[in-house]
Design a protein around this ligand. Structure first.
Ligand SMILES: O=P(O)(O)OC[C@H]1O[C@H](OP(=O)(O)OP(=O)(O)O)[C@H](O)[C@@H]1O
Ligand SMILES: O=c1[nH]c(=O)c2nc[nH]c2[nH]1
Length: 193
């Protein structure tokens, strides 16, 4: 998606440790017009699939998943929580994921009330790096008996391999920008096309 690549080039910064910082528009301050264009692009890619629910993971996926839902007939958006809470009641699906940016494991929790075998799910997230967050969401869908219809990602860091492994496993992964390489010294970013 050209608009997203341009924003990354203009406002993104490359940090040591394979970190691309895009928090001016994607995952801290949020450009909702850009989110809307992203939702439209995913809706075009996944047109013809019967999606009944969008599943994401807190925190950064939530905003873009909600805007994207407007392009999928206002299907409900469920976000997996990364901490237990007294506000989480009843039976839950629980798995564990390792967070790339926080460098520790988190529980990933979804209430059984909000995901089940009748659901055809689109997974959405801001970043795809090693694929740990998505593997956690897929695990939860498997526990629920839900069908994963596809995966919509804003920025995939292709050189970390998580996306290609998911494609090799048969998932339809639509990443709107795929970074093939990036250099923290020069700031150069090369996209895959
Ligand atoms: O493909 P992976 O290696 O799993 O990396 C991608 C995940 O990392 C980030 O989450 P983070 O744990 O930083 O949480 P955040 O959404 O709160 O920023 C991002 O939002 C994805 O969920
Ligand atoms: O803002 C972010 N930049 C990244 O490079 C990244 N990788 C996973 N999650 C990420 N979030």
């Amino acid at each position: 998606m050209q608009e997203l690549e341009e924003r990354i080039r203009k406002e993104g910064t490359v940090k040591e440790g394979n970190v691309l910082k895009v928090d001016a528009f994607l995952n801290h301050q949020c450009d909702v017009a850009l989110y809307d264009a992203m939702g439209k692009a995913w809706a075009e890619h996944f047109a013809g699939k019967n999606i009944t629910k969008i599943l994401t993971i807190e925190a950064s996926g939530i905003g873009m998943a909600c805007v994207a839902a407007r392009h999928f007939g206002n299907v409900p958006v469920v976000f997996a929580k990364k901490a237990q809470s007294i506000n989480l009641d009843g039976d839950q699906y629980v798995t564990t994921v390792y967070s790339f940016t926080k460098q520790r494991e988190f529980p990933v929790i979804v209430s059984r009330k909000y995901l089940g075998p009748e659901d055809h799910v689109l997974l959405i997230d801001d970043f795809l790096a090693n694929g740990k967050a998505l593997r956690g969401l897929i695990d939860i869908c498997e526990h629920a008996g839900a069908t994963v219809e596809g995966i919509g990602i804003a920025v995939e860091k292709g050189f970390q391999g998580g996306g290609d492994q998911l494609r090799a496993d048969g998932y339809d992964v639509d990443s709107l920008a795929i970074v093939e390489s990036m250099d923290p010294k020069t700031g150069d970013i090369v996209f895959r096309h």
